[in-house]
Design a binder for this molecule. Sequence first.
Ligand SMILES: Cc1cc2nc3c(=O)[nH]c(=O)nc-3n(C[C@H](O)[C@H](O)[C@H](O)COP(=O)(O)OP(=O)(O)OC[C@H]3O[C@@H](n4cnc5c(N)ncnc54)[C@H](O)[C@@H]3O)c2cc1C
Length: 265
Amino acid sequence: MYSFEYQRATDPNAAVAALAADGNAKFLAGGQSLLPTMRLRLAQPSQLIDVTRIPALKSISVDAQKVTIGAAVCHADVADHPELRRVSPGLAELAAHIGDRQVRALGTLGGSLANNDPAACYPAAAMALDATIVTERRRIAARDFFVGMYETALAPDELIVAVEFPVPECAAYEKFRNPASHFALVGVFVAKFASGVRVAVTGAAASVFRVPELESALSANFTPEAARAVTVSAADLNTDMHASADYRAHLIPVLAARAVTKAIG
Ligand SMILES: Cc1cc2nc3c(=O)[nH]c(=O)nc-3n(C[C@H](O)[C@H](O)[C@H](O)COP(=O)(O)OP(=O)(O)OC[C@H]3O[C@@H](n4cnc5c(N)ncnc54)[C@H](O)[C@@H]3O)c2cc1C
């Protein structure tokens, strides 16, 4: 690893100012993606601005309409929050199955969304639940946030402060996980709202995406059978050492059906 400076920010504006003052600095959350990248010498920031001690980024608030989670909240705290579990169990369950115990104790919601790993779980929840990503300067709808593989709408010096997730009637996430990392080979988040059903898929393509065929089938008939009857095209899906595009296309309705069963159960 190359050498770097470390500083701990105590408020969002100080963190952004510190980053702006050094053109080659990066925000540091739990380091679960950034530090391995630095160890492999694929990134060489001159300075890391630790955002995990900023109180505004550490809180969770829950009401009947929405769940607001600070960007520096770790996955374990999302999974264990009693009120969040009650109003949005699908979101809490997703967090409970990210990586292993150590990853869940250090990895954060903001780091996960900013990184936009194509196999990460939270982007599927953000898309399906129609979340809003709140930064220190603006609000970004999830549909505008995920731009491509490891690419988001964030400016280089923009800090995610919190994420607002609307509360659905019911929702669930199912992933076919890579047995080594627990990342999603394919992950499907299904969310039912009064206005209709939203389905988002991660792990299958360059970035998270919605599946209109599943959404209209499930909006008409919210049953596992309706999900299973949908065929998803493999045309834009990934083929890699873990699975072919055809296999991933097959998994999407299968996992959507399991998510519906879980959501109604
Ligand atoms: C072994 C292992 C298994 C994993 N399994 C899964 C899994 O099953 N599912 C899954 O979804 N994820 C998984 N992850 C990813 C993990 O959950 C983390 O969420 C992810 O690595 C981001 O880590 P972090 O929060 O520590 O961010 P960091 O690594 O500290 O930062 C990641 C990037 O985000 C930027 N950043 C951090 N915080 C902010 C912010 N508030 N605003 C703007 N930019 C910011 C950083 O500058 C950096 O570019 C796994 C990781 C590991 C190491």
